[in-house]
Design a protein around this ligand. Structure first.
Ligand code: GDP
Ligand code: MN
Length: 455
């Protein structure tokens, strides 16, 4: 199991990756892919919700226009809502690469569902929350549309500053909740929940009232809020967001949209949910990295970064920028790294044709540098590395006396902007597995870093 520190670092990495990229501000060319970890599509989240007593519309899922048309007929609804399934929000106001405007459409005619689905499936949908080129739509949701008389916002999230779950709601829900939070912060209501005591009736009632639900709708909304909270706990979510949490003219409280984030440390007890992980929007290399518990974010430069910890990863990217380079990726090894993972990481990095140099920057606070060094040695032996490699290992088990002879024998310093780095091993392999350096009297003669580092 990863240590809590490592888990925290991963969380931080995720937060950083999800935030509007800091790096992008410095270099417009860099774009962080805005998603990571377990992600469910809206239809999957809604299935979880309806299985747990939360009110959602009847729906089918389709991955072709023909299927969408059939689903629309089968629904036999007065009105139909067709929704592109991508992991980003803001779909309503998005635009497809086919030219179609809007990722959410209402119609009474099943034929129109077929026509619209044709312009959605297989095309990219760009919204405020996606990269500029958008995200490819593979599936659509065909649901029974309901009239909405009022749209509110409701979310339940784990909030570090409250040390637990908090309900967040606003009577002004709908598409632009971020704007409400900025212009009318008094319209955002919060209820901190004691995770041991659970949600109190009074809290659910107060939130329902703050959201503006009146009369019998207030009890119904409070009941839905409690069910959402129970679901949140049951599935180890870190966030359940419903926007709009709406009411219909017939007097029903309905979750019209759903976005759930999960605690990836809970995977061991949420196997069914994690099995639903929709990785279709990931880069294949990210999926490959995830298999080995490596956190990988593709960037568009040419210097591969191989780092442990999100903070060091960000700092390393910054240093590369400051020295006129561009990172090709952001690969976080995490704390509990094993030699085999180091090897796999190298395999991933060297398979990327963009990569022209590899920079390893490891601070051995949690990880033992010997593990990294041994992993690198194995990778170099077996992978026929063709690009320059710069390694900085600092702290645990880095023995300066041990590294020094190595350093002195390897004069292949091609690129090293790290003036502050104390110990740098530079090595490079050609077409064979022999190390390109002068022989020495040390164990490194046998390409054996192990004995030097384990002392
Ligand atoms: P998002 O834009 O990605 O957040 O997608 P939503 O699922 O929230 O849909 C966007 C908007 O479409 C909502 O805020 C609603 O105003 C509208 N909408 C979605 N479903 C329905 C529906 O069943 N009936 C009506 N009348 N409007 C809907
Ligand atoms: Mn929404």
């Amino acid at each position: 199991m990863a240590s809590p520190v490592a888990a925290q670092a991963r969380k931080l990495l995720r937060d950083l990756a999800l935030r509007p990229p800091l790096l992008a501000a410095r270099s417009q060319a860099v774009q962080l892919t805005p998603r990571r970890w377990l992600n469910l599509q809206e239809y999957q989240s809604k299935k979880l919700m309806s299985d747990n007593g939360v009110k959602v519309q009847r729906f089918f899922v389709a991955d072709s226009a023909k299927e969408a048309l059939e689903a629309a007929k089968r629904l036999n609804a007065k009105e139909i809502v067709l929704k592109a399934q991508i992991l980003a929000g803001g779909r309503g106001k998005g635009v497809f690469s086919s030219g179609l405007k809007g990722g959410v459409h209402l119609t009474k005619d099943p034929q129109v569902v077929g026509q619209l689905a044709k312009q959605m499936i297989g095309y990219n949908l760009a919204t405020k929350q996606t990269p500029k080129e958008g995200v490819k739509v593979n599936k659509v949701m065909v649901a029974e549309a309901l009239d909405i008389s009022r749209e509110t916002y409701l979310a339940i999230l784990m909030d570090r500053s409250c040390n637990g779950p908090v309900l967040v709601g606003s009577p002004q829900g709908g598409v632009d909740i971020e704007e409400v939070a900025a212009s009318n912060p008094e319209l955002i209501f919060k209820e901190e929940i004691d995770i041991i005591e659970g949600i109190k009736d009074s809290q659910a009632q107060r939130m329902a009232e703050n959201l503006g639900f009146l009369g019998p709708l207030k009890n119904q909304a409070a009941d839905q809020i409690k069910k959402l909270y129970n679901l949140f706990l049951k599935i180890d979510a870190t966030q359940v967001e419903v926007n709009p949490f709406g009411e219909t003219p017939e007097g029903q409280v309905v979750c019209f949209d759903a976005k759930i984030n999960f605690d990836d440390n809970a995977e061991f007890r949420q196997k069914d949910i994690f099995a639903m992980d929709d990785k279709s929007e990931n880069e294949p290399i990210e999926n490959e990295a995830a298999k080995y518990d490596l956190k990988y974010i593709g960037l568009d430069g040419n210097i591969a970064c191989f780092v442990n910890g999100a903070g060091l990863a960000m700092a390393t990217c910054d240093i590369i920028f400051l020295n006129g380079g561009k990172p090709a990726n952001f690969l976080d090894l995490g704390g509990g790294v094993k030699e085999a993972q180091v090897y796999q990481a190298f395999k991933l990095l060297t398979a990327d044709p963009k990569v022209e140099a590899i920079l390893v920057n490891i601070f051995g606070g949690i990880v033992n540098c010997a593990i990294i060094a041994n992993g690198i040695t194995k990778a170099c032996r077996e992978l026929q590395l063709k690009v320059p490699l710069v390694v900085r290992l600092e702290a645990w088990t880095v023995n300066p006396v041990g590294l020094h002879p190595y350093l002195s024998t390897v004069s292949f310093v091609k690129w090293t902007p790290f003036s502050h780095i104390r110990w740098v091993i530079i090595c490079r392999y050609g077409g064979n597995t022999s190390l390109m350096r002068k022989p020495t009297q040390t164990d490194f003669l046998k390409n054996n870093v192990d004995s030097q580092l384990r002392g």
